[in-house]
Structures are given as structure tokens and as C-alpha cells.
Design a protein around this ligand. Structure first.
Ligand code: BDR
Ligand code: CA
Length: 308
């Protein structure tokens, strides 16, 4: 039986690759894509979601979510993803009509329909999920699992302490980690170990189809960004979160208690992971700490084949 999923996203070049991967998989039943303000403002993340779903040839609902965080101003990342959010990649204008319900109402609607089996893959700031949980208090009993790209035990990429998706809306992340829903945290500890090397990009995109060319362009954009951080290859954070739902063995995870810092002047948005259980609190998340990098590369190669 396929896994029913909603992908909550702010495309974003690695979000784009995550969507290509998700739609290539026979294991996932993608019930909706929900957009959120994050890497770029909501108007653009929604347009990119529509353009990507249309380009892939899917007919999946796209529902619009929150413009910005629950309490704060939106912090965007054009310096990474470019003004459009898709860096230098230009896609044809999509032809899917925006779904009439909001992201949070769509999440609730699908949760009811899926009778407890719905999985959420959240690859942007967690604002939509937090709003859904606040608006529908019974929702937490109706979601099987939330796999999120966000956070880290040891490093930050937006401040020295915080990863982007958690930093943008730490209050929302706090709500999600405290919700009681099983959380799989695919953070920087794992995504940085899933570096896709230049030779891997050649291997993954060696076919000559139109889609392999587009996917190659997205990888190349990720490589250009990684070079700015002194890394050779492409880190495709969001695609790893999707990969871990398709095949849980792609990541090695540990059960930890995770709290989100919402007050600190220097540490706002840090995921504070209690690796040694010094707080004696019960684990509320499974945290990805390692990766089957070769397995991930093979999965990405399989993604292209699925579109040929
Ligand atoms: C995360 O931040 C965004 O810029 C990426 O799309 C990814 O979701 C990585 O920190
Ligand atoms: Ca993202």
C-alpha cells in the first residue's frame, strides 16, 4: 500500500529536486503540495510549486499556505535560491489551478480522508503545520508521522546556531516538536553527509532526456551554492528528507529529546538535541545522524529513469 503524503514546501532548488524525487516514487501517494513563505515570499513559492507539479506532469492539488512566520517577519534566502527561488532554472508556466482551500485546511481534510495514515514531509519553515495544529486540536491524533528537513545537533547554516527552516519560524517548530506526533528530523548532521559529488551528478543525469537536463541544471545550481561554503558537490537537503520516507534505511536515526530555542539572542532557532539524555526527558523525535550516501545516489539515478 502506498504511503499517503502531503509535501509542505518553499521551492527552492533543493525543494525542486525533492519534488522530482517524490513524484518519481511508486511508494508515495502524493495527496497535495502545500506552499509556504520561506526561501522566497509565498507568491513565488506557490508559483514555483504549480510550475514544478505541471512540469512533472502530475495533477496534484497545490494549496497556498502562510505568507510568513506566526510571530515574526519572514527571513528569505534569495542569496541562495535567487530572486525567483529556482536560481537560473526557468520552467514553463504551470497550468494547475490553485486549490480553493488553504494549506492548513487541506492538511486537515487529507488527514481525515487518510484515517490516521497521512504522513507530512515538511521541507520549508513549519508555519503551515503549526497553524494546522493550532486550528484543529484533534489533528495530532490523525497524522502518522512528520518527516522534516530542519535543524541540526551541531551546526547552523543561517546563524552559527540555527538551520534555515527552523530559524525562519522557531515558534512554529516548537509547536511541531511538542505536538506528540512522531517526528523524524532530517537535519544538517545528515544532509551534509549526503553530499552528491560532481561525478555522482554525471552518473545520475547521464540520460539524454529533457527531464535529465532540467534535473542536471538544478544539481548544478546546488553545486554553485555549495562552492560558496567551500564544499565540492551538491547538498540537496530536502531531497534527503523525501528519500528517507521512500526508504527509511537511507538514514540512520536515533531517538532524542529535541527542544527549539525561541528566546536566545544568539541561538534563536537552534534545535537543542539532548544526545546524552541529561534532561531525562522522553525522546520526542528520531534524529538522522548518518546516511547511506551511495544508496541515496542510486535512488536519485532511479528518479531520472522513472521519468524516461
Ligand atoms: C533548508 O533551507 C532551505 O534554504 C532549503 O530549501 C532547505 O529546506 C536547508 O537549510
Ligand atoms: Ca526548502
Amino acid at each position: 500500500m502506498k504511503i499517503p503524503v502531503i509535501i509542505d514546501t518553499d521551492p527552492g532548488i533543493d525543494d525542486a529536486l525533492a519534488l522530482f524525487l517524490a513524484f518519481s516514487s511508486e511508494k508515495l501517494d502524493i495527496r497535495a503540495i502545500t506552499s509556504v513563505g520561506g526561501n522566497i515570499p509565498l507568491g513565488k513559492t506557490t508559483k514555483n510549486s504549480i510550475d514544478l507539479v505541471s512540469y512533472i506532469g502530475a495533477n496534484t492539488k497545490v494549496a497556498k499556505g502562510a505568507e510568513g512566520p506566526i510571530l515574526r517577519e519572514l527571513h528569505t534566502a534569495e542569496y541562495v535560491h535567487g530572486e525567483t527561488g529556482l536560481h537560473s532554472v526557468v520552467l514553463p508556466e504551470g497550468n494547475i489551478k490553485l486549490y480553493e482551500k488553504s494549506a492548513w485546511d487541506t492538511i486537515y481534510e487529507e488527514a481525515i480522508k487518510c484515517e490516521g495514515r497521512l504522513n507530512i514531509i515538511a521541507i520549508g519553515p513549519l508555519t503551515n503545520i503549526a497553524i494546522a495544529l493550532m486550528k484543529y486540536p484533534d489533528l495530532k491524533h490523525k497524522i502518522e508521522k512528520i518527516t522534516l528537513m530542519g535543524g541540526a545537533c551541531y551546526i547552523g547554516n543561517t546563524t552559527p546556531a540555527a538551520e534555515f527552516n527552523i530559524y525562519v519560524d522557531a515558534e512554529a517548530a516548537d509547536i511541531v516538536f511538542k505536538s506528540g506526533i512522531p517526528v523524524i528530523m532530517v537535519g544538517l548532521d545528515a544532509t551534509h553527509k549526503a553530499l552528491v559529488l560532481e561525478k555522482d551528478i554525471e552518473y545520475i543525469t547521464e540520460g539524454k532526456s529533457k527531464i535529465s537536463e532540467t534535473i542536471r541544471q538544478f544539481f548544478n545550481c546546488c553545486s554553485i551554492i555549495c562552492k560558496l561554503y567551500g564544499l565540492e558537490g551538491a547538498i540537496v537537503h530536502d531531497a534527503l528528507a523525501v528519500a528517507s520516507v521512500i526508504n527509511p534505511n537511507i538514514i540512520e536515526k536515533h531517538k532524542y529529546y529535541v527542544a527549539v530555542e525561541t528566546k536566545g539572542e544568539l541561538t534563536y532557532g537552534k534545535t537543542v538535541v539532548d544526545i546524552y539524555n541529561v534532561t531525562k526527558k522522553e525522546a520526542n523525535a528520531e534524529v538522522a545522524m548518518d546516511v547511506d550516501r551511495e544508496g541515496f545516489v542510486e535512488m536519485l539515478r532511479g528518479m531520472i529513469k522513472a521519468y524516461e
